[in-house]
Design a protein around this ligand. Structure first.
Ligand SMILES: CCCCCCCC/C=C\CCC/C=C/C(=O)SCCNC(=O)CCNC(=O)[C@H](O)C(C)(C)COP(=O)(O)OP(=O)(O)OC[C@H]1O[C@@H](n2cnc3c(N)ncnc32)[C@H](O)[C@@H]1OP(=O)(O)O
Ligand SMILES: Cc1cc2nc3c(=O)[nH]c(=O)nc-3n(C[C@H](O)[C@H](O)[C@H](O)COP(=O)(O)OP(=O)(O)OC[C@H]3O[C@@H](n4cnc5c(N)ncnc54)[C@H](O)[C@@H]3O)c2cc1C
Length: 670
């Protein structure tokens, strides 16, 4: 036991940089670090937020425990008079999915984004004080991705000045909204607006679904939970629900009227803001999900890295720091490094791109407030594309981390199965990842076609202005060290991205209609979108390194991580880079040489690099990822806690095992 604890301490002593300074870089600022650190410790030290028994709770127990915690969170927020920032850290570290995620993450933003000032003044105080609990009811049984295909109707009745909300078919039943099944009192419901016999497409409506007195569904409302979901714990603490309306009436002024409105006379009037603002809550949440992806991935990487330093298998006996003969730490196997270190680098890369995306979103909101809608298409493409890229990579990465931990990774107590089950739906919710990449490719094709009209591409597409150069340029790498030059890396990624996009644009012209071309070429368009999004992540990592980064050795570690992130992408997508002629086979081989050398350079710092995430053992929820590395005794202790070990002879022995054994005995005697 002592040896293992010493072992991680020894790993920490090898770090070549200031972990405390890196913690600040990871958090985003000294202030963010201090607040998050304080709240993380508060949560970890409060038995009311215990979560180590989650895997063995039944669905009902789990749901009730999530309700209890959500109420306790609210109580603590009020008792401690926490600021909005502190409150969201508290919800984050409690780490239990409940209705509050949708209430704060989607219901409130949907009101802020789509309701008029007057409507906000009425509804936001109620929502902010949790006097009403809201959900976001968009998806239906028959349609999720195709929002324009939603079937729920909101028909204006001029006589009573009301909308009649109705579910005309089974497939129009709302299906999936979080917090809907058993908790929400209100919902932002997306429905087809019909007035004067004309269908004006999908709009948002604020609908009360349960009584505020006895919590029963209101007349005409049928509502319930859609059932168990993948994995133990994970999303089963939340009540994703179904909802059907039978001619439910709401006042006209509960249509969210920022984008368009219906007058007392039933006239449909559009405002001067683009209709896409109706989808504003999705842009907001997609941006948060990118930050969430870096957190989920970094948790898994922290667990797998610490455990890989503790775990030993095979190898010629080495001498440890105390002169004892020991086997090889699995982290020293090059295969382990080549699987793990790119994930560590990705966690940092996603953190920085998430930080930038938050800035982009804030900038968008300021512009929208000034009636400047010019950056909306780019913000939509960036949030959609980066949500897709980072969640797919993080979900795959978490799964890889569990395999990196061998058999013990499969145990609930490793924390990895539940982390995977809780995170993998991020590839689907807030937009299926492929559907979102197709949105990005649509934006790219539009940008390329506008190049011919002389329109200057801006922001993340600015590189497209250099299309002629990027189509012809040749990568200048001659030796492995040349791959450490950020401008060389950037140009290779730009060349690959633009060449894939231009090839798609050219191929699209060969089809009878753009629609047909888009459909036939969609796999290529998705690849072009991935290349563009990877370029964004690479360029934002490089930009981060150009900032003033303080702290002993911190910048050097980030440079190594950035090199690993970029070179590993080249390695994984070699087909793209070679087929587009962005690099040569010889340069690809030099990139692999450089990648191997970066792994060796990073090795002594990896434990400190995951310590910089500053995750408490409570938040990590993993025996394998414990800070002290005291894995084996704790695994043994955890095994004893399993309910099966409550009794020595299991329940069912007398009914099912004993008769069997006795029967065999009788047979043997015969
Ligand atoms: C407390 C904090 C919480 C944090 C949360 C972290 C974790 C929480 C854990 C759990 C929460 C889970 C919550 C899940 C919620 C949901 O899933 S809600 C439902 C989300 N649904 C979707 O995302 C549906 C995906 N589909 C779409 O977005 C669209 O329908 C579509 C694919 C874009 C439709 O394509 P279509 O071709 O039909 O496009 P149109 O509708 O005609 O669009 C026309 C133009 O508008 C552009 N567009 C599309 N979307 C947007 C947008 N959001 N913003 C701006 N612009 C948009 C589109 O590109 C078209 O542009 P163009 O004409 O110029 O090409
Ligand atoms: C855990 C969880 C929580 C959720 N929470 C909410 C919520 O709070 N509120 C809410 O309203 N919704 C919620 N949803 C629903 C979610 O937003 C949808 O499931 C999601 O948008 C995907 O839509 P879909 O299910 O219709 O998938 P589909 O579109 O049916 O996807 C099925 C397959 O078809 C493919 N596909 C679809 N269209 C195309 C296309 N045009 N081109 C190529 N391929 C295509 C997809 O890539 C996928 O492989 C939640 C879902 C989950 C899993």
């Amino acid at each position: 036991m002592e040896r293992i604890m010493d072992h991680l301490a020894h790993e920490r002593s090898k770090a070549q940089f200031s972990v405390e300074e890196m913690k600040i870089i990871w958090a985003g600022s000294l202030h963010a670090f201090q607040v998050s650190d304080r709240i993380a410790r508060l949560v970890a030290s409060d038995p009311g937020f215990r979560k180590d028994n989650r895997a063995v709770l039944s669905r009902k127990e789990l749901f009730k425990s999530a309700l209890r915690k959500a109420a306790y969170v609210w109580k603590r927020i009020n008792e401690l008079a926490l600021s909005e920032e502190e409150a969201s850290w508290l919800r984050f570290y409690v780490d239990e999915l409940a209705y509050a995620y949708i209430h704060w993450g989607m219901f409130v933003p949907a009101i802020k984004g789509s309701a008029t000032e007057e409507q906000q003044q009425k509804w936001l105080p109620l929502a902010n004080n949790m006097q009403i609990i809201g959900t976001y009811a968009q998806t239906e049984l028959g349609h999720g991705s195709n929002v324009r295909g939603l079937e729920t109707t909101a028909t204006f009745d001029q006589e009573t000045d009301e909308f009649i909300i109705h579910s005309p078919t089974l497939t129009s039943s709302k299906w999936w909204p979080g917090g809907l099944g058993k908790v929400a009192t209100h919902a932002v419901v997306y429905a087809r607006l019909i007035t004067d016999g004309q269908d004006y497409g999908v709009h948002g409506f604020l609908v009360q679904i349960r009584s505020l007195d006895d919590h029963f569904p209101l007349p005409g409302v049928t509502v319930g939970d859609i059932g168990m979901k993948f994995g133990s714990g994970a999303f089963n603490s939340i009540d994703n629900g179904f909802l059907r309306f039978n001619h439910v009436r709401i006042p006209r002024n509960q249509m969210l009227m920022k984008v368009s409105r219906v007058t007392r006379q039933g006239k449909y009037v559009e405002s001067n803001v683009p209709k896409q603002l109706l989808y504003g809550a999705m842009v907001y949440v997609r941006q948060i999900i990118v930050a969430d992806a870096s957190i989920a991935l970094s948790r898994a990487v922290c667990i797998a890295t610490r455990y890989s330093a503790v775990r030993r298998q095979f190898g010629p006996p080495h001498e440890d720091e105390n002169g004892k003969g020991v086997e090889t730490q699995v982290i020293d196997y090059k295969t382990q490094q080549s699987r793990l270190f790119p994930l560590l680098a990705s966690a940092y890369a996603f953190r920085f791109v998430g930080e930038w995306l938050k800035w982009l979103y804030t900038d968008l909101i300021q512009k929208l407030e000034a009636n400047d809608f010019s950056t909306l298409p780019e913000a939509h493409a960036c949030t959609a594309g980066l949500k897709s890229l980072t969640t797919s990579a993080a979900a795959d990465g978490i799964k890889e981390c569990w395999k990196l931990c061998g058999g013990h990774g499969y145990l609930s107590s490793s924390g990895l199965p539940e982390l995977y089950a809780a995170f993998v739906p991020a590839c689907t919710y807030e937009g299926d990842n492929i559907v979102l990449l197709l949105q990005v490719s649509r934006f790219l094709m539009k940008t390329i076609s506008q190049l011919q009209t002389g329109k200057k591409p801006i922001g993340t597409t600015a590189y497209m202005a250099h299309v002629e150069h990027l189509i012809q340029c040749r990568c200048t790498v001659q030796k492995a060290e040349d791959w450490l030059n950020p401008s060389v890396i950037l140009e290779a990624f730009e060349a690959r991205a633009i060449r894939l996009s231009v090839a798609c644009a050219e191929n699209l012209t060969k089809f009878a209609t753009p629609l047909q071309g888009f459909s036939e070429l969609s796999p290529d368009l998705v690849e072009a979108a991935v290349a563009h999004c990877q370029l964004i992540v690479v360029s934002k990592f490089i930009e981060k390194l150009q900032q003033n980064i303080e702290g002993n050795g911190v910048k050097q570690q980030l440079e190594t991580l950035c090199n690993i992130y970029c070179l590993n992408l080249i390695h994984k997508h070699l087909g793209d880079f070679l087929s587009t002629g962005s690099i040569s086979p010889k340069q690809a081989s030099l990139a692999s040489d450089q990648l191997r050398s970066r792994y060796s350079k990073l090795r002594s710092n990896v434990i400190a690099l995951v310590d910089a995430f500053n995750y408490t053992d409570h938040f990590l929820g993993s025996v394998l990822g414990r800070y002290d590395g005291n894995v084996y005794p704790k695994l043994y202790e955890e095994a004893w806690k399993d309910p099966l070990n409550d009794s020595i002879v299991p329940d069912g022995y007398h009914e099912y095992i004993q008769p069997l054994l006795k029967q065999q005995l009788q047979n043997a005697r015969l």
